[in-house]
Design a binder for this molecule. Structure first.
Ligand code: FAD
Length: 353
């Protein structure tokens, strides 16, 4: 580990590790500050049955292929944690765990990063704090009235937690589909899946591999001035991973339009009817975890920080990695994390020299 710190990387999930890999290749001194007690980022917290939507060899960070696991085409979350743990060690990345960053301030020609593990003054900062710590709940009337259990995707673990219960899963994206499939295939809960719009399943042959190919083709088209190919969003939202396909094919996955409000013991539907419920699982997405950057006053509309590639428009010493497509196509996926990390390390090298 080098003692010279040119760059602070905030967040030690896959995006922060990919940044570390490229900063090391550039010969820059850096530290990675990660709030979590152990390696693996948010993969440590995902539910028991979750599997990736891409095979291992299409889920790799720069430099090292994710190993395949016999009998598992689509690796589970534990496998990703093992891979990231090994990645951190293999490249001897200087990650400090248990180091939550509270704030980043401007201080003359430096940025001051303050954390549980101390303060750093550097000429560049990379923020890669993901979205897992900011679960989003939509504003639905009666949310505080409901006396049953309310969970978010981040709290869901396994169907056994809902045996013989009436469960309403809310949200028409991948998490909603996978949790509804998990509950209906493996549990003994009575499941209702409520979505604002009818869910759009991607064709069965489109997995993460194909999605990455489509996102790459779109980026190439836009980069070279050719017409927009439309990208992934034009095809659908939900990847038909094996459990989702199995539940759908077994006729277990039905959706119903969103309820209008929660009551003390259930939900009220648009036609005025009422259903009792023991638990609501909000699979309603996330927002970027950017509170530590508030002192820089960079937020644009929709809560994002406007960027040119990965670099913050209002603060050229700050780069953002992960979070979503606004920091680069597919940048919040395992296979897509490498390219924006490489670009950020290159631009920081130019800034420092
Ligand atoms: P994270 O993994 O969340 O890492 C961020 C790190 O920053 C964490 O360790 C956190 O502790 C730390 N942190 C947060 N705030 C601070 C702070 N203030 N100071 C210091 N540290 C901080 N992608 C795929 O490629 N394939 C898939 O199959 C796939 N499936 C997914 C399934 C689900 C349910 C979800 C939610 C996402 C999925 N993704 C998938 C998308 C993406 O790959 C993951 O969300 C991934 O974890 C994002 O990595 P990250 O490094 O950006 O963020």
């Amino acid at each position: 580990m080098t003692d010279r710190v040119d760059v602070v990387v905030i967040g030690g999930g896959q995006a922060g590790l990919a940044a570390g890999y490229h900063l090391r290749r550039r010969g820059l001194g850096f530290v990675v500050l990660d709030a979590g007690p152990a390696p693996g980022g948010s993969w440590q917290h995902m539910w028991d049955s979750l599997h990736l939507f891409s095979p291992a060899d299409h889920s790799s960070l720069p430099g090292r292929l994710m190993p395949t696991r016999p009998g598992q085409t689509y690796p589970d979350a534990r496998h990703v944690v093992d891979y990231l743990t090994d990645y951190e060690k293999r490249y001897d990345l200087p990650v400090q765990h248990g180091a939550r960053v509270h704030s980043v301030h401007r201080e003359g020609d430096r940025l001051l990063t303050e954390s549980d593990a101390g303060a750093w003054r550097t000429r560049a900062v990379i923020s890669a704090t993901g979205t897992w710590s900011r679960p989003f709940f939509p504003a639905v009337p009666g949310r505080t009235t409901f006396t049953g259990r309310q969970l978010h995707t981040v709290n869901y673990r396994a169907p056994a937690d809902f045996t013989d219960q009436r469960v309403i899963v809310v949200g028409g994206g991948n998490s909603g589909a996978q949790i509804a499939a998990d509950l209906t295939l493996h549990g003994r809960a009575q499941v209702t899946w409520a979505t604002r719009r009818p869910p759009r399943f991607l064709p069965d042959d489109i997995d993460g591999r194909a999605l990455f190919g489509i996102a790459t083709a779109r980026r190439r088209a836009l980069d070279t001035g050719r017409p927009d190919t439309g990208g992934v969003a034009s095809l659908g939202d939900i990847v038909a991973v094996p459990p989702v396909r199995a539940a759908r094919d077994a006729g277990l996955l039905h959706t119903t339009p969103m309820f209008t409000r929660l009551t003390a013991d259930g939900v009220r539907w648009a036609d005025g009817s009422h259903s009792g419920a023991d638990a609501i699982i909000w699979a309603t997405g996330f927002r970027p975890a950017l509170a530590h950057l508030a002192p820089l006053n960079l937020r644009g509309p929709r809560g994002h920080i406007p960027t040119d590639g990965t670099r913050a428009l209002g603060e050229p010493r700050l780069h953002l990695l992960g979070y979503g497509d606004w920091t680069g196509p597919a940048s919040a996926t395992l296979i897509g994390a490498g390219r924006p990390a490489r670009d950020a390390a290159g631009q920081i090298t130019d800034l420092l020299h």
